[in-house]
Write a protein that binds this ligand. Structure first.
Ligand SMILES: *Cc1c(COP(=O)(O)O)cnc(C)c1O
Length: 391
């Protein structure tokens, strides 16, 4: 079955009523026939039919054994970290999502978890830094916001030799673009807030386990710690996933055009997009991904934060906001927004310059989006916001 058909038909028809849309079981508890005798559900923290439909859908889309839905992407990340014990080590991609970095550094380091950050787009770094204390190799591919790509297959092989599990935060790609478990990863996390739900109307997270042993542990922590996704938000996420492939196709097409346009502009210094031949990981992106995704980042000539902030306030269609993956285009300035919790030296070392701008490209008409980007470039140039265009 092809991907588009698989997505739509992985959403079940309600057996009880024939409802073609998954019913929202807005209930906390379920009446039992006798103590402990029930219809598969007893209390909605432990299990809820609407959430279960989403969890099964997520597992199918990622070719996993089982899925688990959480009240946010960070709650999903947090649940995976509960697999660790004091003294265990995480080998993480250096360009990590800011909220995950804060959780690693300000919560789990205090519990005795050690974390090392490396550029995982270079296999050699993984080989040099992995050891027998490494329990998790934590990847994001593409990363946020410089869109580095890591070779999931090669890294999984190395990690497994050391008995470490490979976790891929697949938020930026989504299963419409890549399925990390097929490349040997063990666990997937998603901020379903982004591409999966896709309409900027819900906060949600998912964990997908490769096998039953990992799944059972995640299920235990999900119930024991309790950050579950509610029935209505589960329904919204399922509803979003129905159009995942259409959205990803259009967003990727628009983003590619925008990246090509930006690459021709004198106001722009670097363009980050895995679809461009100039991207350092273009080759592995081509092998690992079916589309290049909807996020494009770029920096301005003269690395000036003020000019970048002014730029972000000068677009009309791209709305200034955190987050990404929705149908409406968004723009943000990572240094002062999404990545402000990362110390300046660490941020700069990871290639997030002061003037870096991140676009989350929506499903609007691509030419309209390019017109908007052009007018904003001309505006900041006219006003000479601390930019010297070599004149
Ligand atoms: C947004 C995001 C998260 C956190 O998800 P929330 O739903 O905001 O809690 C984790 N990882 C990545 C890559 C993200 O973009």
């Amino acid at each position: 079955m092809k991907k588009a058909t698989q997505i739509i038909h992985s959403i079940p028809v309600d057996e009880l009523t024939g409802a073609i849309s998954v019913p929202i079981y807005q209930t906390s508890t379920f009446v039992q026939d006798a103590p402990g005798v029930n219809k598969g559900f007893d209390y909605s923290r432990s299990n809820n039919p609407t959430r279960l439909a989403l969890e099964n859908l997520a597992a199918k889309l990622e070719n996993g054994h089982s899925g688990y839905a959480f009240s946010s992407g960070l709650a999903a990340v947090d649940c995976v970290l509960k697999l660790l014990k004091p003294g265990d080590e995480i080998l993480a991609v250096d360009d990590l999502y800011g909220g995950a970095y804060r959780l690693f550094e300000q919560v789990y380091r205090g519990f005795g978890i050690r974390i090392k950050y490396i550029d995982t787009s270079e296999i050699k770094n993984v080989i040099d830094h992995i050891n027998y204390q490494t329990k998790l190799v934590w990847l994001e591919s593409p990363t946020n916001p410089t869109l580095k790509i890591s070779d999931i297959k090669s890294i999984s092989k190395i990690a497994h030799r050391y008995g470490a599990l490979v976790v891929v935060d697949n938020t930026f790609a989504s299963p419409a673009i890549q399925k990390p478990l097929d490349f040997g990863a063990d666990i997937i996390v998603h901020s379903a807030t982004k591409y999966l739900a896709g309409h900027s109307d819900v906060i949600a997270g998912l964990v997908i386990a490769k096998d039953g042993a990992i799944g059972a542990k995640i299920k235990f922590f999900q119930n024991a710690c309790g950050a579950v996704l509610g029935p209505f938000d589960s329904w919204l996420t399922i509803r979003g996933i129905e159009t995942l492939l259409l959205r990803i196709e259009k967003q990727s097409e628009n983003a590619f055009k925008i990246a090509q346009f930006l690459a021709t502009r004198e106001e722009v210094d670097k363009v980050f997009y895995p679809g461009l031949k100039s991207h350092p990981n273009h080759e592995i992106a081509t092998k690992q991904q079916t589309f290049f995704g909807g996020v494009v980042s770029f920096s301005l000539v003269d690395d000036d934060a003020y000019a970048a902030i002014k730029y972000c306030q000068s677009t009309q269609l791209f709305k200034l906001a955190e987050s990404l993956g929705g149908v409406k285009s968004l723009i943000c300035h990572p240094a002062s927004m999404t990545h402000k919790t990362i110390p300046t030296e660490v941020r700069k070392a990871n290639g997030i310059q002061n003037s870096l701008i991140r676009l989350s490209v929506g499903i609007e008409d691509g030419d309209d989006l390019i017109d908007d980007i052009r007018q904003a470039l001309l505006l900041i140039k006219q006003k000479k916001y601390a930019i010297n265009f070599g004149e």
